[in-house]
Design a protein around this ligand. Structure first.
Ligand SMILES: CC(C)(COP(=O)(O)OP(=O)(O)OC[C@H]1O[C@@H](n2cnc3c(N)ncnc32)[C@H](O)[C@@H]1OP(=O)(O)O)[C@@H](O)C(=O)NCCC(=O)NCCS
Length: 199
């Protein structure tokens, strides 16, 4: 089966979690960094297609789902949805923990899980936000561009003025990719950059 893009189907959820972990260390495999393999997905993949399935698109080939873009059209509304429908159960079942000093990073993600929603930068210009990940065998073939273009078209049809994302400074490949696609810098942080694309 040649690789192709299609809208999200609920059966894609395990693959989204898997891909999120396999690309979760600034683009590289994060498996060895987490005791709980689902934490990254709980933060950066799972809630998006549940809150709004029509803004998730996947790339599928003979090996199965190998890439995705997930998004929300309205970050503040999404945060409210998560506070109501997503975080209560996950917080209840994943208490915060201290640093076990063995190199694992669950404690950092659990801090985010239990934190209040972060303030949204430049919300009026970029109310939407996204996360995109492709497994290595699907990278460098135009699928990233195709996923962003497809999502941008869906957001445009809804009248959304712009989409933003956060990228780690360690992920220079992704920073170059977003620059090539026309994203510009919205803000700089100790951890990386917020980039935005006007739609
Ligand atoms: C970052 C990522 C989404 C890019 O997707 P991709 O399919 O590899 O990129 P594409 O092949 O669609 O590239 C699109 C354009 O960006 C350019 N580009 C991509 N990576 C680049 C790089 N490292 N340096 C310079 N340009 C780059 C391509 O040359 C291409 O240009 P063109 O279309 O004008 O010819 C993908 O590599 C990925 O999932 N990486 C691992 C996970 C990750 O880092 N996710 C982002 C977290 S913020």
């Amino acid at each position: 089966m040649p690789a192709h893009l299609r809208p999200f189907h609920p059966s894609d959820l395990p693959a989204l979690y898997r891909i999120c972990l396999l690309t979760g260390d600034a683009g590289s495999d994060a498996t060895s960094l987490y005791r709980d393999p689902d934490l990254l997905g709980h933060l950066y993949a799972g809630p998006y297609p549940l809150a709004d399935p029509s803004l998730t698109f996947v790339v599928v080939d003979a090996y199965g789902v190998g890439g995705y873009v997930v998004a929300t059209a309205d970050t503040l509304a999404f945060q409210r949805w998560c506070e109501q429908h997503w975080w209560p159960t996950i917080r209840g079942e994943h208490p915060p923990v201290g640093d076990p000093r063995d190199g694992t990073r669950d404690h950092q993600l659990l801090h985010e899980v239990h934190a209040a929603p972060a303030p949204v930068e430049a919300y009026d210009s970029y109310p939407a936000h996204l996360h995109i990940d492709l497994l290595p065998h699907l990278q460098g073939q135009g699928w990233g561009r195709t996923l962003i273009t497809t999502l941008a078209e869906a957001l445009r049809r809804r009248g959304v003025p712009g989409v933003q994302l956060g990228v780690s400074e360690a992920n220079q490949n992704a920073i170059a990719f977003y620059g090539r696609l026309g994203f510009s810098e919205v803000a700089r942080h100790p951890w990386g950059r917020t980039l935005g694309l006007r739609l």
